[in-house]
Design a protein around this ligand. Structure first.
Ligand SMILES: C[S@@+](CC[C@H](N)C(=O)[O-])C[C@H]1O[C@@H](n2cnc3c(N)ncnc32)[C@H](O)[C@@H]1O
Length: 204
């Protein structure tokens, strides 16, 4: 795995990262982190914690990783095939507005949904926002697509609250770059799923 700092791609010291993540009471893992704005903001909000963003595209991270505080870590990886070492590190797991293979993993890949539980610590919170346009592009309506993601996550072992319908106001209040883009775009609709993992895995 590579760590991005500005234009530099550094080899990740995985044991050091895992040790730090386990020692921290707050470890955010943001999958499909995009430009990393959310990760940088959460790292600033929680200076004693650790915020780790993972995205498949390293160029996305160049700007934010240059300016972010030291407790923000930006990694390039396929979120569908994360290394075993990351097991059990996240106290907060977020996926904001997934598209492509990440969205398909949530919709169609029970093994990926089960893998999400293994990234979480017992009691960890899960937050996933899926937007209408991304679901329509892969053949789902917003409500049925979000219900499918919810059902897969529940089957994996997450205890989820009732889904929340988001419009432009909620998207404007969500501190990610994509949320802002959606808020002012043609289809400002999303569904926000949240809950936690109590430490029991589902039967997938
Ligand atoms: C619509 S963007 C959202 C970015 C960010 N979460 C935000 O809200 O601004 C979706 C992101 O998911 C990433 N992505 C898609 N599939 C992925 C995968 N399998 N592994 C890691 N990142 C992935 C893309 O590179 C893209 O940056």
């Amino acid at each position: 795995m590579q760590r991005i700092q500005g234009r530099r791609c550094l080899e990740l010291d995985m044991p050091a990262l895992i040790q730090r993540a386990r020692a921290s009471s707050y470890t955010l893992l943001d999958l499909g982190a995009g430009d990393g704005r959310f990760v940088a903001q959460m790292a600033r909000a929680c200076p004693d914690g650790l915020a780790i963003g993972i995205d498949a595209c390293h160029e996305n991270f160049i700007e934010q990783s240059r300016r972010a505080p030291e407790n923000a870590i930006f990694l390039v990886a396929n979120a569908l095939t994360l290394p075993e070492e990351l097991t059990g590190i996240a106290s907060r797991l977020t996926i904001n507005f997934p598209w492509g293979s990440l969205l398909m993993g949530l919709l169609d890949d029970p093994a990926f949904c089960a893998r999400l539980t293994t990234l979480a610590r017992p009691g960890a919170t899960l937050e996933i926002a899926v937007n209408g346009g991304a679901l329509v592009e892969v053949g789902w309506e917003l409500d049925t697509g979000a219900a499918r993601v919810q059902s897969n996550l529940r089957a994996a072992g997450f205890a989820l609250l009732a889904p929340l319908a988001w419009g432009a106001a909620e998207l404007r209040a969500c501190p990610t770059t994509w949320a802002r883009r959606l808020a002012f775009g043609r289809d400002p609709r999303a569904v926000f799923l949240t809950g936690n993992w109590k430490g029991e895995r589902g039967m997938m």
